[in-house]
Write a protein that binds this ligand. Structure first.
Ligand code: ZN
Length: 236
């Protein structure tokens, strides 16, 4: 399991990541595409507010989507207004601002917009269980078995100190990896292919689970994880 964020990157690494990005752009997820326009960056939720209960209540979804995600979106729109960024995709904005100390606010808000849309699609009503097909084989090959993957994902989510995210990604070596990122940081910025994301900011679970982050993540994996979404991301 890896943990990385802005501070772990130097410019050389980011340039190298930018090279890898060209290939990654062609293999982007269909739902959260490699070129998400600002107008497309906050699509409607793919299910009703109450569809993920009892793991995530309608109240949590209402605040999380309607207040938190919306605030990141509104901030991004305000920060790009009148700049060249207004015509760029959200992915380009995130990757460009990652190493620009003058654009930290735009990086944080644009990355959170992208992360949240990815998170909404990483869940579905009656999801969870175990994946099938090629994704199941890849998880077995790279983690040993699904139970080991599940435990490592929960450990990554719980081990993220403070706010952040747990991800299943495909590394540049094509191996599946679990990574955790802090605050707004996202593996997408570094050209990694994201398959699935779990939000472990307290705003994602505190109303329903209080301080029991491990229980939230376990229920999230077991009941909500959208393995079809992850499989589509893997095959694209
Ligand atoms: Zn969130």
């Amino acid at each position: 399991m890896k943990s990385f964020g802005k501070s772990a990157l130097d410019r050389r690494q980011v340039v190298a990541g930018g090279v890898a990005l060209a290939a990654a752009t062609l293999a982007a997820p269909a739902i959260v595409g490699a070129r998400t326009t600002i107008a497309e960056a906050m699509p409607p939720l793919p299910y009703p507010d109450d569809a993920l209960a009892p793991v995530i209540s309608a109240t949590t979804i209402g605040f999380h989507y309607g207040k938190h995600h919306k605030a990141y979106y509104d901030n991004m729109v305000r920060l790009v207004a009148g700049t060249d960024f207004a015509n760029h995709s959200v992915e380009e904005i995130v990757r460009t601002t990652l190493v620009n100390p003058n654009r930290t606010a735009l990086y944080n808000n644009a990355a959170q917009v992208w992360n949240h849309t990815f998170y909404w699609n990483s869940m579905r009503p009656n999801g969870g269980g175990e994946p099938s097909g090629a994704l199941a084989e890849r998880i077995a090959n790279d983690f040993g078995d699904f139970g080991t993957f599940r435990q490592k994902f929960i450990e990554a989510a719980v081990g993220q100190f403070g706010s952040g995210w747990a991800w299943l990604v495909e590394g540049r070596d094509k191996k599946l990896q679990i990574v955790r990122t802090g605050n707004a940081d996202t593996p997408m910025a570094q050209g990694l292919k994201c398959l699935l994301a779990c939000d472990v900011w307290e705003h994602a679970y505190y109303l329903d689970w209080q301080n029991r982050r491990a229980d939230y993540v376990a229920a999230w994996l077991d009941k909500l994880a959208n393995w079809e979404f992850a499989s589509r991301n893997l095959s694209l």
